[in-house]
Ligand binder design. Sequence first.
Ligand SMILES: *[C@@H]1O[C@H](CO)[C@@H](O)[C@H](O)[C@H]1NC(C)=O
Length: 244
Amino acid sequence: MQSTFSLVILSCICVTLADNKASLPPYITACDIDDKNLATCVREQIIASLPKFTKGIPELKVPAIDPINLDDIKIDGNGLTLTFTEAIMEGLSDSVLTDLKERFVLKFKSNFTLKAKYEVDGRILILPIQGKGDAFVYAKGVEVEISSKFDHTKKNNADHLKLVMPTYKYDVERTTFDLRNLFNGNKQLADTTLQFANQNWKQLMDDLAPPAIKQIVVTGVKAINKFFGAIPINKLVIGYKQRL
Ligand SMILES: *[C@@H]1O[C@H](CO)[C@@H](O)[C@H](O)[C@H]1NC(C)=O
């Protein structure tokens, strides 16, 4: 009898422990759906947790999204071939949330720094450009607006939120390129060309921004979904009952 009793207590503790594994990190507070709608609930949680969230939540296996390792970016067109490899993008942690609406619209503004290896050959407008080396790209005032629907998935008999079919748009205030070792280190040629490239930064960004921003959005949404996948809705949203 005694041992059965201990066993029951023990299994209760185990269940509690297992359950606690999926509990919210301390900087996120569950919200009460009786007071507000789901989008508002989730908005407040994101605002509160964004700076920490971007650094990852190891206990929930949510990966860090600042910095982001980007896949290789290759621009090939308009007489210019430019590749960035081993690219690392920093800046999401310092994002300012500028808007977050009903449905799920997340709008934020960041200053991004991209470090990569580059290789370039061709022309920017009329000016020849050629070289290979380290690249630093500073993108200022990058405003990204992600819209998404909420969907539900079931995992281990619990309901989880999921962002599906995200769409996005963006705007960039200003970009500065620092491509080291242009023209094999010919400084005069390099300085002139870089200056020209920076005066015409929009031209370059028209090609460079779409693949880079797409990767940021995809990586960010994946991290958010990883988080939603780790925490059942009823832990995130008190009083959550039926499908939306
Ligand atoms: C980006 O940098 C500018 C200054 O260069 C600063 O005024 C602005 O607040 C920064 N924005 C963010 C989102 O950190």
